[in-house]
Structure formats: structure tokens, C-alpha cells
Design a protein around this ligand. Structure first.
Ligand code: HEC
Ligand code: HEC
Ligand code: HEC
Ligand code: HEC
Ligand code: HEC
Length: 397
């Protein structure tokens, strides 16, 4: 076991060395063309500098190479976590499915945009396992050639610089358009054996921030939706708030405009959205309260309108399971959980929106108006057949 961990660390270290080599090359090129980040003193000879410690521990901070400070920050982030499910999911298959590799391996990402010299498009063959989001993902000298990113809704979104990378990988994989397509012409409350849960995928902050313009959520007909959340100048891109290497939020950035630096406690709106009347807590809490109410309403609709109770388990795909006797325990058949099997169009729309909001832990900062609208409309849509007067809930859209 210890040996396996050590081997993995050594492999990661080797990956970093290769990446730094690529990075130095990329930065030198970027400097020559006058764009891109400046590299630190000592690396402008064009020679890769590797000073490897003779023995462990292999803490990134202890590796005396010019980019050590940046590497140490990157090593704190999920982007470098070679043990994460997001990078190990394909281990048993021995290679990453091409369509998945675009976001789950830098090799796939570069291939998709032709940054590696290949023809642009989804890689033609499976990509080797073991990749992370390496330095060259963002520091590729040709990153600036990516002019637009195709969102799951089909909308082509113009991008500039490194944000092209963030938006590509953080937009999710399905949108309201997929939900509309699956449910066209089907009666709202009739169970259809053809329907299955549609998963928007994970960490889709870029799509959420683009709101009604990016159209990631299921947007109910006849309703209008807030567009891109522009926040306030100079907050403009992902990097206005996220450090590009450790990905963390620096509270002092927020404090230049907000009176509270804790993102979850920040609030501008003077109105209460969740019916609590409390407009002092962070907008984060209104969103969590309405998301919880939506989940409760989803379960009530399944049990009372469809007569087939549903249970949710966020740790197991496909998340929504059968619970025939309504005791809150997921049904099992042959030792395996039974996926929920009484989908109606109305249920699919609401669960998709609930999951899209839940899949972006930063939704409250990325686009609070849009997610509040999606949650409100989903609750309202389920309330009709449940016979609950929406006004009695006291929510604000
Ligand atoms: C090649 C795809 C890819 C690119 C490009 C990418 N990310 Fe990620 N990002 C991921 C994956 C995959 C994860 C999840 C990693 C994990 O679970 O360890 C992630 C995780 C994150 C997280 C969660 C925090 C953490 O430490 O895990 C944040 C925040 C984030 N990315 C922001 C960004 C920003 C900002 C950019 C652009 C500067 C960006 N990402 C570019 C794929 C990417
Ligand atoms: C548009 C980019 C994108 C594509 C394409 C993509 N993913 Fe992901 N996926 C992500 C991001 C970002 C995360 C990180 C979220 C996290 O770690 O929770 C993620 C997370 C995951 C996870 C980990 C979930 C968890 O609970 O930690 C699995 C499994 C996964 N994806 C499977 C797939 C499969 C299978 C495919 C191809 C059929 C695929 N992904 C295609 C962006 C993508
Ligand atoms: C997810 C995208 C991303 C990844 C991955 C990434 N960088 Fe960066 N890096 C950036 C961006 C964006 C900037 C510019 C930051 C700015 O202008 O404030 C930057 C700046 C830099 C700088 C100069 C500024 C500084 O903070 O010192 C260096 C050096 C650097 N990166 C090295 C690396 C190395 C080495 C790696 C891999 C260990 C890496 N980067 C991985 C996006 C990334
Ligand atoms: C106004 C500041 C702001 C901007 C701009 C912003 N984010 Fe975030 N983001 C946050 C906050 C706050 C969180 C909540 C988690 C935290 O505090 O780390 C978050 C969370 C995330 C997460 C989940 C991290 C986790 O560990 O759960 C991802 C992924 C992410 N953002 C990606 C992006 C991408 C991609 C962009 C650009 C399209 C972006 N963000 C723009 C503030 C911002
Ligand atoms: C340049 C000033 C500025 C900076 C810096 C800034 N914000 Fe904001 N923020 C605003 C303004 C103005 C609004 C209201 C925008 C609107 O409603 O259109 C806002 C709205 C918000 C909201 C929604 C509040 C509500 O009640 O709807 C959240 C959450 C938020 N900001 C989080 C953050 C976080 C987290 C950071 C730091 C990473 C940050 N902001 C940095 C100016 C700023």
C-alpha cells in the first residue's frame, strides 16, 4: 500500500517535472510574443532547471526549482490531485474514453483544441490514464487561439485567454435543451418508461454564471431568466475571484466591495427569497433553503401524485432511487440499489434543475438571480398538481 502511494507520488513528481519543462518553454515563448505570465528570475536561460531532492519527503515546497511557489499552490488544488475520482474513474478500463478525456485529462483537452498539433475535435482514440490538469493546460502558448466554447445548450460562447480552459471544463455535460428534447409531446404527469434521470454533470460554474444566456437549466416556457451575472467591474472572469493555481477564493478581494469577506455570508439583496423574512444572512442560505424545499417538494410529488416514493443519495449514481414503501431506505434488488423508475416530464425537469444548482457549490456567487429563478419555477411547477398554493409558501422569485 505504502509502496503504491510512493509510486503514485513519484509518478506525479515526474509529471510535474515534464510539465515544468513544457511550462518554461511556453512562458519563454509567451514572453517573446509579449503576452502570458512572466516567469521568475533564473528561468530565462531557456534551460529547464531540475534540482531534485536526493530522497523524500517529496513535499512540493522542498523542491528547489524556480516555480516552486506556484507548483506548491497548484499541488494544493484539486487540479493536481491524481488520486481523485475525477482522474481515476477510468483506471479499470486502462484508458479514458475520448469524449470524457476533454475535461478529465490535459492530454484530451489539448487534443480537443488541436493544441498538440492534431486535428481539432474529440480525440480519435482513448487517452492514457493518469493525467491531471497540468501546467500546460493553461500555459499552452496557443491557448489564445480558442475563440469560443460550445456550451451543453449548444450556445457558442466567445472567450479570451485562459478563461477558455476554465469554461471548457466547467460547463457541465447536459442542459435544459436535453430535458426538453426527452420530454417533448409527453403529458406532464404521465409516467414514461422511456425517461431516465438526466445528469447535468459536476462543477459547472461557468454555465451557471452565464445564466439564461448560457441556458444550462431547464427554463420553463413563458418565464424570463436573468442572463450572465456580470457582478461588478472589475470582477470579470473566473480569475477575478479564483487563484489560478490553488483555485481558492481570497477574501480580501471580496472585502474591497463587500462588508463581509466570508462568501457564504455576503448579501446585497434587501429581500428574503426563502420565506424566512431574514435578509441579514448570506444569499447562500436563501439558495440552500429553496433547494432543500425543492427536494422536499420533489419527494412529495413522487409519493403523492405519482404514488411511487423516491429516495435521493448524492453519493451514488444515478442519485434518484426507488423507495416503494416510502420508509426513506433505498430499495435493493440482487444487492444493488434500484434506480427510480417512475419518471414523468414534470419530475425530470425539477430534478434536473435541483441537480444543476447542487452541482455548482459556488452557484450563490456565480449567479444568484438565475439559480433562485430555477428553484422557484421548479417548486411552483410541482406545487400545481400537489394542490399547494404557491403564494402560501411566501417565496420570492
Ligand atoms: C482540463 C479540464 C479543466 C480545466 C481546463 C480547468 N479545470 Fe477546474 N477542475 C477540473 C476538474 C476535473 C476538477 C475536479 C478535480 C478533483 O476532483 O480533484 C476541477 C476543480 C476545480 C475547482 C474546485 C476546487 C479544487 O481545488 O478542486 C475549481 C474552483 C476550479 N476547478 C476552477 C477552475 C478555473 C478557475 C479554471 C481556469 C483557470 C479551471 N478550473 C480549469 C477540470 C478543469
Ligand atoms: C465538459 C467537461 C466534462 C466532460 C466532457 C466530462 N466531465 Fe466528468 N467531470 C467534470 C468536472 C469539472 C468534474 C469535477 C467535479 C468533481 O470532482 O466533483 C467531473 C467529475 C466527474 C466524476 C467524479 C464525480 C465525483 O463524484 O467526484 C466522474 C465519475 C465523471 N466526471 C465522469 C465522466 C464521464 C464518464 C465522462 C464521459 C462520458 C465525463 N465525466 C465527461 C467535467 C467533465
Ligand atoms: C488552470 C489554469 C492554470 C494551471 C493549471 C497553471 N497555471 Fe500558472 N497561471 C495561470 C494564470 C491564469 C496565470 C496568470 C495569473 C495572473 O495574471 O495573475 C498564471 C501565472 C503563472 C506564473 C506567473 C505568475 C505567478 O503567479 O508567479 C507562473 C510562473 C506559472 N503560472 C506557472 C505555472 C506552473 C509551473 C504550473 C503547473 C504546476 C501552472 N502554472 C499551472 C493559469 C494556470
Ligand atoms: C465573484 C467571484 C467568483 C467568480 C467570478 C467565479 N467564482 Fe467560482 N466560486 C466562487 C465562490 C465564492 C465559490 C464557493 C466555494 C469557495 O468559497 O471556495 C466558488 C466555487 C467554485 C467551484 C466549486 C469549488 C468547490 O471546491 O466546491 C468551481 C468549480 C468554480 N467556482 C469555478 C468557477 C469558474 C469556472 C468560474 C468562471 C467561469 C468562476 N468559478 C467564477 C466565486 C467566484
Ligand atoms: C468590484 C466590487 C465587487 C467585488 C470585488 C466583489 N463583489 Fe460581489 N457583488 C458586487 C455587487 C455590486 C453585487 C450586486 C450585483 C448585482 O446584484 O447585480 C455583488 C453581488 C454578490 C453576491 C450576491 C449577493 C446578493 O444578495 O444577491 C455574492 C454572493 C457576491 N457578490 C460574492 C462575492 C465574492 C465571494 C467576492 C470575492 C471573491 C465578491 N463578491 C467580490 C460587488 C463586488
Amino acid at each position: 500500500m505504502a509502496a503504491e502511494v510512493l509510486t503514485r507520488k513519484l509518478r506525479l513528481l515526474a509529471a510535474i517535472s515534464v510539465s515544468v519543462f513544457a511550462m518554461v518553454g511556453a512562458a519563454v515563448m509567451a514572453q517573446e510574443t509579449g503576452s502570458g505570465p512572466e516567469i521568475e528570475a533564473g528561468t530565462d536561460t531557456g534551460q529547464p532547471v531540475f534540482i531534485m531532492p536526493r530522497s523524500g519527503p517529496f513535499a512540493p515546497q522542498s523542491i528547489a526549482i524556480p516555480n516552486a511557489r506556484v507548483i506548491a499552490r497548484w499541488a494544493e488544488s484539486g487540479h493536481s490531485d491524481a488520486t481523485a475520482e475525477a482522474f481515476r474513474h477510468w483506471d479499470a478500463d486502462g484508458a479514458i474514453e475520448p469524449v470524457c478525456s476533454v475535461c478529465h485529462s490535459s492530454v484530451g483537452f489539448r487534443s480537443f483544441y488541436g493544441l498538440d498539433g492534431s486535428a481539432p475535435g474529440v480525440p480519435e482514440s482513448p487517452v492514457p490514464i493518469g493525467g491531471v490538469v497540468d501546467c500546460e493546460t493553461c500555459h499552452n502558448p496557443n491557448i489564445g487561439t480558442i475563440a469560443e466554447v460550445s456550451l451543453p445548450s449548444g450556445v457558442m460562447h466567445p472567450v479570451a485567454g485562459v478563461e477558455a480552459a476554465c469554461v471548457t471544463c466547467h460547463s457541465g455535460r447536459a442542459s435544459g435543451a436535453d430535458v426538453s428534447k426527452a420530454t417533448t409531446d409527453l403529458p406532464e404527469d404521465e409516467v414514461s418508461g422511456d425517461l431516465r434521470f438526466i445528469n447535468p454533470h459536476y462543477f459547472l460554474g461557468a454555465s451557471i454564471s452565464l445564466g439564461g444566456y448560457g441556458q444550462v437549466g431547464y427554463q420553463y416556457p413563458g418565464k424570463t431568466y436573468s442572463g450572465r451575472f456580470l457582478h461588478a467591474k472589475p470582477v470579470a472572469t473566473c480569475l477575478s475571484c479564483h487563484d489560478p493555481h490553488n483555485l481558492k477564493i481570497d477574501e480580501t478581494t471580496c472585502l474591497t466591495c463587500h462588508t463581509n469577506g466570508n462568501p457564504e455570508e455576503i448579501r446585497i439583496s434587501r429581500f428574503s427569497f426563502d420565506g424566512s423574512g431574514d435578509a441579514t444572512k448570506g444569499i447562500h442560505d436563501d439558495i440552500v433553503a429553496n433547494a432543500d424545499l425543492l427536494m422536499k417538494t420533489i419527494k412529495e410529488y413522487a409519493a403523492n401524485v405519482l404514488g411511487t416514493p423516491l429516495a435521493y443519495d448524492g453519493t451514488r449514481y444515478p442519485y434518484f432511487f426507488a423507495d416503494a414503501n416510502g420508509d426513506g431506505v433505498i430499495d435493493e434488488a440482487e444487492g444493488r440499489p434500484v434506480a427510480y423508475n417512475a419518471w414523468t416530464p414534470r419530475l425530470l425537469k425539477a430534478t434536473f434543475n435541483w441537480k444543476a444548482v447542487a452541482a455548482d457549490p459556488g452557484a450563490f456567487a456565480h449567479n444568484p438571480p438565475y439559480v433562485l429563478e430555477l428553484l422557484y419555477d421548479s417548486i411552483e411547477d410541482l406545487s400545481g398538481p400537489l394542490g399547494v398554493d404557491m403564494a402560501s409558501r411566501g417565496l420570492l422569485r
